[in-house]
Ligand binder design. Structure first.
Ligand code: ADP
Ligand code: MG
Length: 263
């Protein structure tokens, strides 16, 4: 690989809205045969809204407890709750939920205990479940098209999420992904990437969250969404300036063209 040709590639990358960490990244981009896609905030917008809730009181307590969290579920609940009582002693467990003290009660908002159709969290007061809240977001407008093009380039897409199987499958179906790995704890996302690599796959991964950082670093090619968390961007080789999976497709096509010239 000549440095000049690679510089052309990276310069064109900037025009397309792709920030590339170094010229060597293009080679990894070219070799990838599997692309692991995080669900929330990557395939979908990550802008969740509350769809259903048991009662105003449930929403109020949950809003208070979630006011210390930046999770998309927390943002949805806080926005829907409006004015909430003050909360203290915030704690969160990645991939599970949050707890806080509200009006002398220990409030938990956490992954629903029973299988649910939507992304559902239980609201628990002093150990007793008092209600539940359903949230949802939708695929980004270009995700289905991007998945089709990735397949056209010979990459196998895999959807990876901590969310439940039912939601994961319906989003996957909507954008044309057949392989779904759901209900994966944040710490276990990296193992999914490792497993694919041990099967001989060269893995590209696209993600946005704090939860995705280790998996993005482990992937042969880590791609971060531009509005992703700082740790996700730092862990990645490429950053998509626009939050659009079609730009990831451009990156792969660019690397193939660039390296095609110099081989
Ligand atoms: P994703 O892979 O979609 O980014 P996470 O791993 O962050 O999902 O979360 C997985 C699940 O854990 C959520 O679907 C939800 O049930 C629960 N959860 C995570 N964070 C929160 C939170 N702040 N409040 C309530 N539930 C949460
Ligand atoms: Mg995400």
């Amino acid at each position: 690989a000549t440095p000049t040709a690679l510089m052309v590639g990276t310069g064109r990358g900037a025009q397309l809205g792709i920030l590339i960490k170094g010229p060597e990244v293009l080679e990894q981009t070219r070799r990838a045969n599997v692309v692991v896609l995080d669900k929330t905030g990557t395939v979908t917008t990550g802008r969740m809204t509350v769809q259903q809730f048991t009662s105003d009181e449930t929403l109020r307590l949950a809003g208070a407890a979630e006011s210390g969290s930046e999770h998309p579920i927390a943002k949805a609940i806080v926005a829907a709750a409006g004015e909430v009582p003050p909360a203290t002693e915030f704690a969160s467990t990645p991939g599970v939920g949050v707890t806080a003290t509200v009006g002398g009660h220990r409030i938990e908002v956490r992954r629903a205990a029973t299988a649910a159709a939507g992304t559902t969290v239980d609201v628990v007061c002093d150990g007793e479940t008092v209600g539940s809240i359903v949230v949802a977001d939708e695929p980004r407008p270009t995700s289905a098209e991007a998945v089709a093009r990735l397949k056209g380039l010979g990459l196998r897409p895999v959807l990876l999420t901590g969310d439940n199987r039912s939601v994961a499958t319906s989003i996957a179906t909507a954008v044309g992904i057949e392989d779904v790995v759901a209900e994966v704890l944040p710490a276990d996302k990296v193992d999914v990437v490792r497993r694919l690599q041990s099967e001989g796959d060269v893995v590209a991964m696209v993600g946005d969250g704090v939860n995705d950082a280790a998996a993005l670093a482990q992937a042969d090619l880590g791609i971060a969404m531009g509005t992703g968390s700082d740790v996700a961007i730092e862990a990645s080789d490429l950053t998509l300036v626009r939050d659009d999976l079609l730009v990831a497709v451009d990156a792969i096509r660019l690397s193939r063209r660039t390296l095609g010239i110099i081989r």
